[in-house]
Design a protein around this ligand. Sequence first.
Ligand SMILES: [Zn+2]
Length: 257
Amino acid sequence: MIAEHTGYCRLCGESKVLRRSHIIPEFLYAKLYDDLHRMLGISTKPSAKIELPQKGLRERLLCDSCESLLSGYETYAVDALSNPTVEGLSGGRGLVSLEGIDYSRYKIFQLSVLWRASISSLDFFTKVNLGEKHEKMIRGMIYSGTAGPLWRYGCMVFFLSSEESVVEQIIMQPEHFKFGKHHMYRFVLGGMVWVYIVSSHRATSRQGIYSKMITVSGELSTLKIPIEDLKFLTGAFQDFINAGIIEKASKLIPETE
Ligand SMILES: [Zn+2]
């Protein structure tokens, strides 16, 4: 019998049986179940309710061996992100630091999320379009295990704080915006905000956009930001509440707003 789901693996390019690959790694979904075991997805369109499927957003993209390759990076990332040092500041803010991170493994993990979102045909990732040139370059970096310099597809990492654990249950539809000439992609997932910079050129150091990335020497020094401080998030969050999906989250938004 011919296998039903044979196709060209998007990472190695070989014709093989394709697995239903997660676009956003499963461990970031682990926190995403509410009391009713639903996943919570947020769209930036006010009326759009997004109910994420029980097993996450998946698509047949990769063969078995490429799935294993990526899952190795994911296993590493779970470890790398656990137990950051947090120094509390006023107003729910904090300084977050991590050290001893393997720059290459961590970066390739983050690149793999961006790349999968870009090649995905799922509606949820419709705003992530890297274009052929960047997709091809990132595919090569992932497949060969080459992390490249900090500025090449680097990703800023911020942690979200909230009195409600629901913050870790949010997964927001990734968005694109521009910063000068650079294309930026913003993901909200697993209690974090990731902002990737996609550009063929290094930004001027003045712009300081590389300071919240994991350095080549394996350190991250970043911020914990109250969810209420992030306009793009509170707006979407309010829409979500208006749609009646997560009542318990309403405590996060001041009623006067
Ligand atoms: Zn493959």
